[in-house]
Design a protein around this ligand. Structure first.
Ligand SMILES: [Mn+2]
Length: 319
């Protein structure tokens, strides 16, 4: 299906005209989809409308400030919308429940695959939170510190603390406007990015001890079997794929996580030279040039590495 493309003003008009909202976030939710959903939910409630947030998977405890003071409301769902969802497959368990019922998708992924009746897409926004900010403004809802904290979280998480190349002057300008609402951005950033559980620190110790280098140190590999993953909260094993590419001289980082069914999910991250999307596509996976993934079934982690290393070697030699 083809979604009707609508701009910020039209999206604001749609949201103003309807009521009884279910706001869908993508599965394995990040700060962007959570911040967009709760920021918009709060704005809609401020307009006197009924709204709730719905996600197939639980949100991180780090985001609890988004909903802690937000009472659950009982109402009949009238209008389903989605935020930061690039593809209906990313709705996870909610796909079956809501596919075909989504009136409006608000998103920022260039790769967006139509699934909603209308689409408000800003493909060059570093976070969907930027788009939600503009829509909230266009609806005439006065910004407050609770909405600002949600939208700031969306932007700061999806922009990698304003470090990613997707960041534009507009990203900073919107963040600057949000900072005026005095939500305690310094404490919030500590909770979002610095705070670690003791289990996470122990996991990092195991990771650093067992990490292996290949291809003259141009490739670093981390293996996370269930025997290790089972000792930590799933959230504590997030963000590991960012570790190898921090190491000087490493061009490609690989993290192999064992799944419950015994298969291995490989997450590849590249610095400047290699295109990991191409490497992963050889094994039926995909993603972006600098961040991609693929899966290996019926083999050990060592066998998966034996398949990956030659492909990485080729990718490094091409350029
Ligand atoms: Mn996003």
């Amino acid at each position: 299906m083809t979604a009707k493309r609508i701009d910020i003003e039209a999206a604001a008009a749609f949201l103003t005209a309807h009521d009884g909202y279910t706001i869908l976030s993508h599965a394995n939710p990040d700060g962007d989809t959570a911040g967009c959903a709760y920021g918009l939910c709060r704005a809609l409630r401020k307009m006197g409308k009924k709204a709730r947030v719905c996600c197939a998977d639980p949100f991180s405890r780090r985001f609890s400030f988004m909903w802690e003071d937000l009472p659950e409301e009982d109402f009949t769902e009238e209008t389903v919308i989605s935020v930061d969802v690039a593809d209906s497959r990313l709705l996870g368990a909610n796909k079956e429940l809501y596919e075909g019922k989504i009136r409006l998708a608000i998103d920022h992924h260039v790769s967006h695959v139509d699934f909603a009746e209308s689409l408000c897409l800003e493909p060059y926004a570093s976070a969907c939170g930027q788009t939600i900010f503009k829509i909230v403004k266009a609806m005439g809802v006065p910004m407050d510190k609770d909405i600002a904290a949600c939208l700031y979280t969306a932007i700061v998480t999806d922009s990698g603390c304003f470090k990613f190349s997707s960041v534009t002057p507009e990203t900073h300008m919107i963040a600057a406007e949000l900072l005026a609402y005095d939500f305690g951005f310094s404490e919030l950033n500590y909770i979002l990015f610095d705070l670690k559980t003791k289990e996470r620190i122990a996991l990092e110790e195991t990771i650093y001890r067992n990490m292996k280098y290949y291809l003259d140190g141009q490739c670093a590999v981390i293996i996370l079997p269930n025997s290790v993953l089972d000792t930590v909260d799933p959230e504590d094993s997030n963000g590991i794929s960012a570790i190898p590419r921090q190491i000087e001289g490493v061009e490609v980082g690989v993290v192999l996580k064992e799944k419950k069914d015994g298969s291995w999910k490989a997450s590849l991250r590249a610095n400047s030279r290699a295109d990991v999307q191409k490497i992963c596509s050889v094994f039926g996976g995909g993603g972006h040039a600098k961040a991609a993934g693929c899966s290996f079934t019926d083999c050990t982690a060592e066998q998966a590495i034996e398949k990956l290393i030659p492909a990485i070697k080729d990718a490094l030699e091409v350029k």
